[in-house]
Ligand binder design. Structure first.
Ligand code: ADP
Ligand code: MG
Ligand code: MG
Length: 900
């Protein structure tokens, strides 16, 4: 028989999964000998049973009865006793804190008879009636689903009739009338009277707490916090202590230190003569904790002492909920307190300075997700603003600029020294230059994995995507909402990529002091003076000492490379060469495709060579002395060629107008037709392209090595690695390798330099991971391309998934987060593990890295550490985050478990 019930004295803080955070910490406080009202916890396992079977497990009733009996014996009072009734609280509490999302029912056990007993026993009919009306109100709302407003209206009326502003001023008679009205509401709304049997109240309250796990707001909360939907909640049944008994009673909440700064000293609020719900509900003005010292000095001293003990025990900031019943203090809850990102860093280093924890432990108290939040500029908190629309929070940050509908407009604004917001229906690879030059990007279509969102996150640009209210009319140069023009090209717009909000005009922005201090834009002495900045630097240093993985950046331009280096990148894990073929150079690719023979193709390649060489000189110079991995050309050909439909229409129109056909365009059209693909992402890309256009990778290799030779002759130390993309078979490598190595050897001979360059492959297709042992025979290193690997493992087309069914999948709990943002550790991750193991079975020293977006994702980095990668490579902006997480991963490696 499964045991679904555990007394508080049986548990401990380690059992959060089974008992929920609240239950586990109540148990821990009992173990510490702190005053906790007796009670027991129904496990999350019971809730999971309830969710799958639609009813509670058979044995639960008997187990609850037995546990109740133990509480009754301990207290010498019984549930439902008409002389001296025991009351209980029925409280939710899951593994992950979900504040205010689920239900709690207080004062269970009161009915028309026991309320009289409570009145006699306490000598306060007012208190008894107040407790009863609270039960009716909470039970009605949460268990019976009665509209809460109906109860609140009655209470308001009663106060008005009496001419008072607070419910404390209502008399026993007033409250008796309120209780009568509440019972009537329940009868009218549900068709049944309020259940008088305390056991029935208990049973139904427990079920209501189970049910509250799937209340819409709880589901939405879990979706945004990425908490799995199948954990379930525990139910804590805790004997009531009565903060509303008299004026020597009170309820409150407190923190062991300042939750914003971490400074020592208790902070909190309380209310005299109140039950705890009143404190958070804000129905009365709370008093601040220091006042408790005057009012109840002994209680205050004891509370301070307990909080100190809790803090020493958890070695962290804790928050507590407490109640005083006639001068006696009771602890009702504690947990390691939630905190905002700024506070997390400050608190961690403050605890080190106080000698409570050491630096390494301090590092485990902060997260990469928190650091990410500190890296973005933000709109000044108190600045006035006017929101005109809202889209998806696609790439965080705050950006202000003039509206530009095209890359050309962005560049023109940039030349005039103005910042631009690139506004488009959706972006495509041709917009890249404009995206790089803009302060922020807004699209009216597409979601968080659209091209705009993905590129913006990679670039560290702010983006708001899918602003559906906006009709973006590039030709008219205006944005409309319905028929109304809300903005024109050149107007100023402010976008908040952390919230998805769009504001008219300029909202003042504050840059991130953390980033400015890391890149040296602010004086280090000034930076040191900022406590937060100092904490971040300190913990990053701890991380750098602790981590085993190196951190590189993905960078395509010298500027990006320099920035990455300033933020701590130890090399470049991915230089994409695609953009070097866009813009003015695009026609050369067209020429390459159209080349009639080897000779013509050779001519085009020759003209590309010097341009490419200069591109690489810039990047290698910026990363001098550190590894730079260049990926040879990868994207689908169609991206370089004119759109099939557009071109056909143009030619057809010319024909209709009697214009003589342009031979060149005819040729282009034929080529576009020939190369047209249904699924370009699965088509002629990467090594496939190289095998179709001989000489292409050779030319790139020559450009790379000649660039390296040039820098070497200047006395610099370029360290370049060449990487072949989209390989699935070792035969592909065997076909292309000779072209690359021949050029390498030739350049070495010509320059008389030993440009010992390693040549590796990307592992970004399932077959490559599975055949990694063979690939390692040819490749000097592997770099996992987890973006394509995710795409091909799931069979998801990246650009289509989020716009399509992603939200359905998320709401149904199939996906917690986009697998393109956070690595799917069990599926895609398994292929990474296999690729790493098989590769190293051939070459034990094989260098392994990852250059997909996941390389900078705080939730994925520990996994890469776990499978033994040598480095992660991510966008420059995320380098500090990756450093921090790689350090944490090393310290926490014992505790690693794969995450869904
Ligand atoms: P939440 O998870 O929303 O904080 P709780 O279960 O902590 O919900 O209950 C809310 C409030 O109800 C508590 O802050 C406390 O003041 C009050 N409460 C809970 N249990 C008891 C109890 N056994 N006796 C008196 N008050 C209680
Ligand atoms: Mg609580
Ligand atoms: Mg790829």
């Amino acid at each position: 028989m499964t045991t679904y019930v555990q007394m508080f004295q049986q548990g401990s803080k380690e059992q959060k999964g089974l008992l929920g955070g609240k239950g586990a910490n109540l148990a821990e406080m009992v173990r510490l000998g702190l005053p906790v009202p007796p009670g027991f916890t129904i496990t999350t396992e019971a809730c999971r049973w309830y969710m799958t079977h639609g009813s509670a497990p058979q044995e639960l009733t008997a187990q609850v009865d037995e546990a109740m009996a133990r509480v009754e014996r301990e207290l010498g009072r019984r549930l439902g006793d008409v002389e001296d009734p025991l009351l209980v609280a029925v409280r939710s509490g899951s593994k992950m804190s979900m504040p205010g999302m689920m239900e709690t029912v207080l004062n269970v056990g009161l009915n028309d008879e026991t309320v009289q007993g409570l009145a006699r026993k306490s000598g306060s009919p007012r208190f008894a009636m107040d407790s009863y009306r609270r039960l009716l109100q909470m039970y009605g709302r949460t268990v019976l689903d009665v509209d809460a407003a109906l109860f609140e209206d009655v209470l308001e009326e009663a106060k008005k009739e009496r001419g008072v502003s607070s419910d404390v001023e209502l008399t026993a008679e007033d409250l008796t009338a309120v209780v009568g009205r509440f019972q009537q509401i329940i009868l009218e709304q549900t068709g049944y009277p309020f259940p008088q049997d305390p056991r029935e109240q208990l049973r139904a309250s427990i079920i209501a707490v189970f049910e509250s796990w799937n209340a819409p707001r709880a589901v939405v909360y879990r979706n945004t916090e990425r908490i799995p939907h199948d954990l379930g909640t525990a139910v804590n049944v805790c004997s009531m202590v009565l903060g509303n008994l008299d004026d020597d009673s009170a309820s409150g909440v407190a923190f062991t230190r300042d939750p914003a700064t971490g400074a020592i000293g208790a902070h909190g609020d309380f209310l005299v003569n109140a039950q705890g719900e009143d404190v958070v509900a804000g129905i009365r003005n709370t008093r601040s904790l220091p006042e408790l010292e005057q009012l109840m000095p002994a209680v205050y001293t004891e509370l301070m002492d307990i909080m100190h003990r809790l803090e020493m025990h958890y070695r962290d900031l804790c928050d507590v909920e407490f109640t005083v019943e006639s001068g006696k203090l009771w602890m009702l809850q504690t947990r390691v307190g939630k905190r905002i990102a700024e506070a997390a860093f400050r608190i961690a280093t403050t605890l080190v300075d106080e000698g409570v924890i050491d630096e390494r432990e301090a590092l485990t108290r902060v997260t990469g997700a928190q650091l990410t939040r500190l890296l973005f500029p933000r709109f000044a908190a108190d600045a006035p603003r006017e929101a005109i629309a809202r889209g998806m929070d696609a790439s965080p940050g705050a950006a202000v600029g003039r509206i530009a509908f095209t890359t050309a407009e962005v560049l023109r604004l940039q030349r005039d020294g103005e910042s631009a917001i690139l506004v488009r229906r959706e972006t495509n690879p041709d917009d890249l230059e404009g995206m790089i030059a803009s302060a922020g990007i807004l699209t009216s279509r597409g979601g968080r994995t659209s091209h705009a969102a993905v590129v913006a996150r990679g670039l560290g640009r702010t983006a708001v995507c899918g602003v559906e209210a906006f009709d973006v009319d590039e030709n008219a140069g205006e944005i409309r909402v319905g028929d109304e023009v809300v903005a024109r090209a050149g107007d100023i717009l402010s976008i908040d990529g952390s919230t998805g909000e769009v504001f008219a005009g300029a909202v003042p922005v504050e840059p991130s002091a953390v980033v400015q201090s890391l890149t040296g834009e602010i004086d280090p002495d000034v930076a040191e003076a900022d406590e937060l900045v100092a904490s971040v630097h300190r913990l990053l240093e701890v991380a750098d000492r602790a981590r085993r993985m190196r951190v590189r950046a993905n960078a395509d331009t010298p500027e990006d490379a320099a920035r990455a280096r300033a933020l701590g990148a130890e090399g470049i894990g991915l230089v994409r060469t695609e953009h070097m073929f866009l813009g003015d150079r695009r026609h050369l690719v067209e020429d390459l495709v159209l080349a009639a023979d080897e000779f013509e193709r050779g001519q085009v390649l020759d003209s590309l060579l010097p341009m490419q060489r200069e591109d690489f000189v810039g990047i290698l110079r910026a990363m001098d002395g550190r590894s730079v991995t260049v990926r040879l050309l990868d994207p689908p050909l169609h991206e370089f060629l004119p759109d099939l439909t557009e071109l056909s229409v143009k030619l057809a129109r010319q024909e209709a107008q009697g214009v003589e056909r342009d031979a060149h365009e005819e040729k282009v059209l034929a080529a576009v037709r020939r190369l047209h693909e249904q699924n370009p992402m699965l088509g002629l890309r990467g090594v496939r392209l190289a095998l179709t256009i001989p000489g292409l990778y050779g030319m790139q290799t020559r450009a790379i090595l000649e660039a390296a030779a040039k820098l070497r002759s200047e006395g610099l130390d370029p360290r370049v690695e060449i990487m072949i993309p989209l390989v699935s078979s070792v035969r592909e490598l065997r076909e292309i390798m000779p072209e690359v190595t021949a050029v390498r050897d030739a350049v070495c001979r010509e320059t008389g330099m030993d440009l010992a360059t390693s040549i590796g492959t990307m592992i970004e297709l399932p077959r490559a991971a599975l055949r990694a042992d063979e690939l390692a025979q040819e490749a000097d290193f592997f770099s996992f391309g987890t973006n394509d690997l995710t795409q091909t493992t799931w069979g998801f087309s990246r650009d289509d998934v989020e716009a399509g069914f992603f939200f359905t999948y998320r709401d149904r709990g199939i996906l917690l987060s986009s697998p393109f943002e956070t690595l799917d550790q069990f599926g895609v991750g398994e292929l990474v593990r296999i690729g790493a193991e098989r590769g190293r079975s051939t070459k034990p020293e094989l260098k392994l890295g990852i250059c997909g977006e996941h390389g900078g994702d705080p939730a994925s980095i520990a996994f890469f550490h776990h499978v033994g990668l040598d480095y992660v490579s991510c966008s420059p902006f995320r380098v500090p985050v990756a450093r921090l997480e790689a350090g944490r991963a090393a310290l926490l490696e014992e505790e690693f478990t794969p995450q869904h």
